[in-house]
Design a protein around this ligand. Structure first.
Ligand SMILES: [Zn+2]
Length: 441
């Protein structure tokens, strides 16, 4: 395929993404069935059959397979159909309009995760259109419910239809290509591991009573506990994935920063490097356990002191952190035995996927074909993705949306005015296609 062909593909991808965004798959409730039917219809126009799975009414997962000769194990392309809610009044374009304007496709899901789905879809169809002979089965799976935990999506498929989707490699979300966040070269951050998410609830109880008197006030005790946690910061742990990330990232820096980054794990290099990296929020979150207060619940009347006050914490643990030990640490920091500390079981992530695999090499070569000065690096992502279910089953899972995004574009994910440039959509499609050609052709 030549460059002119790729301009046509870019426009075709934009039109497919625009229509996909117009199907409102906000979760809850999800309504992914309509999204899955749209993908199935499009594939059937390419003479590629697809199977629909219905875990519950109005929700669906879709699987399509291009058969290989069986000499290698399958690769699975995964994206989620559902999107997070969009507060439309703050957007400059209708979040479900699928507007194509100013060189961008606008709308909820434009990056997370419908664009990755369209890149997969287009590359998948191109393998068929070009009649590429495959060594591996290439499978495409579109799932429900990722944004709410995956119970009827990836987890359900693995629990109920593992034989249909069993694969050696998984291409999922979790990382992106960026420009301008660190150094002046594009950095393609491929998620090979993720932190574990835990929901912790702090509960202060007491007698409550008249609002005019200081009773055994639960709200005040809860606030004091939160104030203690606000001053707490997890210590930095540089695991093997993060050390490889820093080593590869050092190529974006000039001396002496490059040299310090390569030696970040040495005691004398560490304080300088950690200080510099901690100033970048997305990197800081990769380095340590974190606690964010996300919900507060107490009281329903101005003149009544409530008898219970609760705070919900979004806790993200590094792979090596022991959950029981961490909860004890929370209790120690709060230093108030009357406050109950409860936690959900941490999601376990499975072992990190290797960066010396055929998949990673094929991806790296495809990225360099489109963006010769890019750095391709493994990362340990702070967010939770469906990859964890697959890593638990021994699948080597890699997460990246292979466009080159600026910080302000990344902030539109789960935010306002989510959009993707046609250029990124075209480049991402090409990177997926060329990776698959290398890996499976
Ligand atoms: Zn997502």
């Amino acid at each position: 395929m030549n460059d002119a062909d790729w301009v046509g593909i870019e426009n075709e991808a934009a039109s497919v993404l625009s229509r996909y965004i117009q199907i409102d798959t906000t979760n809850p409730p999800g309504n992914e069935r309509e999204g899955a039917e749209f993908l199935g219809d499009w594939l059937s126009g390419e003479s590629i059959p697809a199977t629909m799975y219905h875990p519950v009414p109005d929700r669906a997962n879709l699987l399509a397979v291009l058969k290989g000769d069986g000499s290698r194990s399958p690769v699975l392309l995964l994206h989620h159909i559902d999107v997070v809610p969009a507060a439309g009044e703050r957007w400059s374009r209708d979040p479900f309009g699928g507007v194509v304007e100013d060189g961008h496709v606008w709308g909820r899901g434009a990056i997370d995760n419908k664009s990755l789905g369209v890149m997969h879809l287009m590359a998948f169809a191109l393998l068929r259109r070009q009649s590429v002979r495959l060594k591996r089965d290439v499978m495409m799976l579109a799932v429900s419910d990722e944004e709410m935990g995956g119970a009827v999506g990836s987890k359900w498929m693995i629990d109920n239809h593992w034989d249909d989707i069993r694969s050696e490699y998984l291409w999922d979300e979790g990382g992106v290509g960026t420009l301008g966040i660190v150094g002046d070269r594009p950095v393609f951050a491929v998620s090979v591991s993720e932190k574990r998410s835990v929901v912790v609830i702090l509960r202060a109880g007491g007698a409550g009573g008249h609002g005019s008197m200081a009773a055994n006030a639960p709200v005040e005790r809860l606030l004091a506990a939160l104030e203690c946690l606000r001053g707490w910061s997890g210590s930095v742990e540089l695991g093997p994935v993060t050390i490889e990330f820093l080593t590869r990232l050092s190529k974006t820096q000039s001396f002496p920063a490059s040299w310090l980054m390569r030696n970040a794990s040495r005691p004398w290099g560490r304080p300088l490097v950690v200080g510099k990296l901690s100033a970048i929020p997305s990197i800081d979150a990769m380095l340590r356990d974190t606690i964010r207060v996300t919900m507060l619940r107490a009281g329903d009347s101005a003149n009544v002191s409530p008898d219970i006050a609760e705070a919900v914490l979004d806790v993200r643990l590094l792979p090596g952190t022991d959950q029981g030990g961490f909860l004890q640490l929370v209790r120690d920091v709060i230093d108030d035995e009357t406050i109950e500390v409860q936690a959900t079981e941490a999601l376990t992530g499975g072992a990190a996927s290797p960066s010396d695999s055929d998949f990673f090499r094929a991806l790296e070569q495809a990225v360099l074909g489109s963006s010769p000065d890019a750095i391709v690096t493994p990362i340990q992502t702070p967010v939770a993705t469906d990859s964890r279910f697959f890593r638990q089953r021994g699948v080597k899972a890699y997460g990246i949306n292979p466009g080159i995004f600026t910080q302000s574009e990344i902030e539109t994910i789960h935010g306002v005015d989510e959009r993707i440039s046609l250029r990124n959509l075209g480049m991402g499609t090409r990177i997926v296609y060329e990776s698959l050609l290398d890996l499976c052709g």
